[in-house]
Write a protein that binds this ligand. Structure first.
Ligand code: ATP
Ligand code: MG
Length: 416
């Protein structure tokens, strides 16, 4: 009977040992930059009540309309694998009373997310994001700072050909007025629009700026722009954000058509792209979401955040050389005494590998060299005698006991 070969589901991938160094470097850089700026790490559940995303991401978004992995559990609850991190973090902020802590509360995460999308290079059904959220302040310095931190992360990781686009969506009242203007414009040119855009004129007219469709693009070329209709306080806020990016030396281009995929954005929105990524050029982006916490049932609370795709960052950066695993000592023996030696050495804090394949005494030395061991303890099967070999010089001498081996390796390690 032949069984079909089992493979990882479409759009998912194994993060193999050879990818570990890059991922570790990314995590270390994110931790250094974000925790250095006072962000604390958070991890929320991989699935949430479906309603959180319906309310927190927005019913008209691609994410909610097409991309969610939603299922009913055995208890009849509707749950959804998290497609993004902002709504869960805001839920946690409320659930744990973080609004009583000094504001803004600054949180970061590195987690995997799930979207049912057309799988292609740089677009997966399970992918990782590193993200940051600053909740509880509407100061433009927060906007500029958080953008600066993402910029620093992309720079430190060597993402090539990075550009920053920035826009402002204003606040709900401004957007409502502008929205009518835009809907009017779309209605006036309805016959030129793609079906997709036409069907969603009332639901999400802003999305039309995102379209690839030629007719739609033609209509959008003459569309009214929100940046030209901002309320004075919003225009001022935007100018303050830009002034801070300027003093930080961060080049940016104002893109009045920048549309982010989530409904809850207010005021600042931004996106970093990399020129080496091809069609999926967005490495990361985010924006201000001053209405979201209230939308989730909390008190009116401003917030801003971003998320960047781990796979796209790594695709956009030069790959790093594979570092060797740290092996202080290879215990080349198969007896219980050899096992005891390995255990004692590990308890002393050494990186220890043990002969596990029953190799001949000659084969064990080769294995030790392959493991990159600094020292090898040859524990003879018959006599139990131990010899310690310095793998760099090839010098080898008898050692009395396991403790002497450990002491010698610790001394030797410090000298090196
Ligand atoms: P896109 O325009 O590429 O669909 P998005 O606007 O849906 O991106 P966000 O929700 O803002 O993306 O997510 C932030 C970042 O997460 C993106 O800039 C991208 O780097 C990454 N990302 C989003 N969706 C995926 C995916 N399906 N696979 C891999 N990375 C993704
Ligand atoms: Mg998307």
């Amino acid at each position: 009977v032949s069984r079909p070969k089992l493979q990882a589901p479409r759009g998912t991938q194994d993060v193999l040992p050879e990818h570990a160094a890059d991922r570790l470097a990314l995590e270390a850089a994110a931790r250094g930059i974000l925790e250095g700026a006072g962000y604390a790490r958070i991890e929320t559940p991989a699935f949430e009540a479906t309603e959180l995303f319906a309310r927190g991401v927005g019913a008209s978004t691609d994410i909610v309309q097409k991309e969610m992995y939603t299922f009913e559990d055995a208890g009849g609850r509707s749950l959804t694998l998290r497609p993004e991190g902002t709504a869960p973090v805001c839920r946690a902020y409320l659930e744990h009373g973080m609004h009583k802590a000094p504001q803004p509360v600054k949180l970061w995460y590195l987690s995997s997310f799930f979207r049912y999308e057309r799988a292609q290079a740089g677009r997966y059904r399970q992918f990782w994001q590193v993200g940051a959220e600053a909740i509880g302040s509407d100061d433009p310095a927060v906007d500029a700072e958080t953008i600066t931190l993402l910029h620093a992360l992309l720079t430190e990781l060597g993402v090539r050909d990075v550009a920053l686009r920035l826009g402002s969506l204003g606040r709900p009242a401004t957007r409502a007025t502008y929205r009518e203007l835009l809907v009017g414009h779309l209605r006036a040119h309805e016959d030129l629009l793609s079906d997709d855009v036409r069907e969603r004129i009332d639901l999400n007219p802003l999305r039309a700026f995102d379209a690839d469709h030629a007719g739609t693009r033609q209509v959008m070329a003459s569309a009214p722009l929100l940046v030209d209709h901002l309320a004075p306080e919003d225009a001022e806020h935007f100018a303050e954000v830009r002034a801070r990016l300027d003093v930080a030396g961060i080049d940016h281009e104002v893109d009045p058509t920048l549309v982010r995929g989530l409904d809850y954005y207010t005021r600042t929105v931004f996106e970093f792209t990399s020129g080496v990524l091809g069609a999926q050029s967005a490495v990361g982006g985010g924006g201000r979401y001053d209405g979201l916490i209230e939308q989730l049932g909390g008190p009116p609370t401003p917030g801003i955040g971003w998320a960047a795709g781990v796979e796209r960052i790594l695709l956009g950066a030069e790959p790093r050389p594979q570092p060797r695993a740290l092996c202080d000592l290879y215990v080349a023996g198969t007896t219980t005494a050899a096992f005891a030696l390995a255990t004692e050495a590990r308890r002393a804090g050494l990186g220890v590998q043990l002969e596990l394949a029953g190799r001949s005494e000659k084969g064990r030395l080769k294995a030790a060299a392959r493991a990159g061991a600094l020292w090898t303890a040859l524990v003879h099967d018959d006599t139990g005698a131990i010899e310690l070999r310095d793998m760099e010089s090839g010098e080898q001498e008898p050692v009395e006991s396991a403790s002497a081996v450990v002491a010698q390796v610790i001394r030797g390690r410090h000298i090196a």
